[in-house]
Design a protein around this ligand. Sequence first.
Ligand SMILES: Cc1cc2nc3c(=O)[nH]c(=O)nc-3n(C[C@H](O)[C@H](O)[C@H](O)COP(=O)(O)OP(=O)(O)OC[C@H]3O[C@@H](n4cnc5c(N)ncnc54)[C@H](O)[C@@H]3O)c2cc1C
Length: 469
Amino acid sequence: MTVAMAIADLQDEVEGRVLRPGDEGFAEAARPWNVAVQHEPDALLEAASAADVAAGVRWAAAQKLPIAAQSTGHGVTDAMYDGLLISTRLLKDVEVDIAARTARVGAGVQWKDLLPKIVPHGLIALNGSSSDVGIVGYILGGGLPVLGRAFGFAADFVRSIDVVTPDGRSRTVDAGHDADLFAVLKGGKGNFGVVTGLELDLIPLTDFYGGSIMYPGEDAEEVFTAFRAWVAGLPDDACPSIALLRLPPEEFIPEPIRGRFLVHLRFAYPGTAEEGDRLIAPMRHVSTPVMDMVGPLGYEQVDLVSMDPADPLPFENGGALLTDFDEDAQRALLDVAGPGKQFPALLVELRLLGGALGKPSPVLDAVSGRDAAWITQAVGVLAPPIAAMVPDAIAAFLEALRPWSTGRTLVNFHGRPGDAEDRARAWSPDAYDAITKAKRRYDPDNLMRFGHAVQLPSGEPAEAALPLL
Ligand SMILES: Cc1cc2nc3c(=O)[nH]c(=O)nc-3n(C[C@H](O)[C@H](O)[C@H](O)COP(=O)(O)OP(=O)(O)OC[C@H]3O[C@@H](n4cnc5c(N)ncnc54)[C@H](O)[C@@H]3O)c2cc1C
């Protein structure tokens, strides 16, 4: 059978489009948010339903073709050159039960699709710093929320997951059904099949306070020193982070911060304006802020806390969990990325962990980092003239902070995975052990081998290309 015939067979079985590189519509359907990556798989299935996903998985598995899933493409690190790429971006169903405080979302739903349906009812869910991110991809990586210290990892709030495993079976897994698979899906990333949807617990929230303060980058030492002293006195449910930003001189960036080097303090707090004002007050008098946009917010404005880029970018990132961020760590960070340094990255950031993020999960999962104090990452834009310098800059940043690193990352902050040892660093040893055992059981042919896939213990190379048909 020729490739074209095999693809025609799949098209006959599904409602959605099956496209090949070069077909009209392929480039748009395959394009990830991280536009540095250009996929060229044997075929792309733009699934119109969970049944389409199941048909795609069965079709690929029958030929032992690799399978990958993409929703928004925020988390893509490498291009797929063979096999079947299943796009879930059209799986946009959202069902909310306000009384039961639950939401069921399809695998193409972004946080910005869900929040408007729940926030007016006094409910939130645990999105991260950009509501443009896909809910499923984020939660499969554990999901570190803006309000993480107050409520914990987003994966802790998952009730059930609908997944098509590489054997072609559609399963709904939860704490009572395929509990081992349910556990490793939460944090284990796309290792075990293609998720078609999941059900989440929603959280009541009366007050939300937060935003950000920008300071001149030249005052980084003063601001970071004050920040470290300030966070030591914050309550467990206060959620701060800090970044160094090198913003390009682009029109879409507002005038006071366009083209500038800045320190960016972010703050989120699930409490009243009075309490929020009291907590942030010490940081308002450090340096001379360029912009101060902290105050009471509607939760639908949650993106104002981090002000992540809204439009697709070609980027690379790399992260590390830290045990501490003391004076010496601060000096090491500023020596690489601080004032006066030619550091070609858009952003380096530090998010404070602890609080509810440090508590054990109520239900078994594969989320790591609960014992770390900070997650740090560097993000660089892969555009001329700095593109070629970005990977080395990220490596230099991580190397400088190595003495404070736990040696591990969170998979959502890991960046491009390297060899088997580097891939393992995206999880705690226990979680990694559970993931590799489950991988052997649910994906013995190693079909889900893209992105943050673990290498099988038997040593099969994750990137081995299998011929089509
Ligand atoms: C601007 C920005 C802000 C971010 N902020 C945060 C944050 O605050 N907290 C945090 O935890 N993370 C954050 N992230 C990381 C983000 O959560 C991950 O990149 C996540 O994987 C994105 O999911 P996605 O579906 O949008 O992206 P995609 O690139 O579509 O998916 C990423 C990966 O998730 C897996 N996946 C996605 N969908 C499926 C599926 N249906 N079935 C099986 N596997 C699937 C695959 O392995 C896929 O390669 C951020 C990323 C960006 C770019």
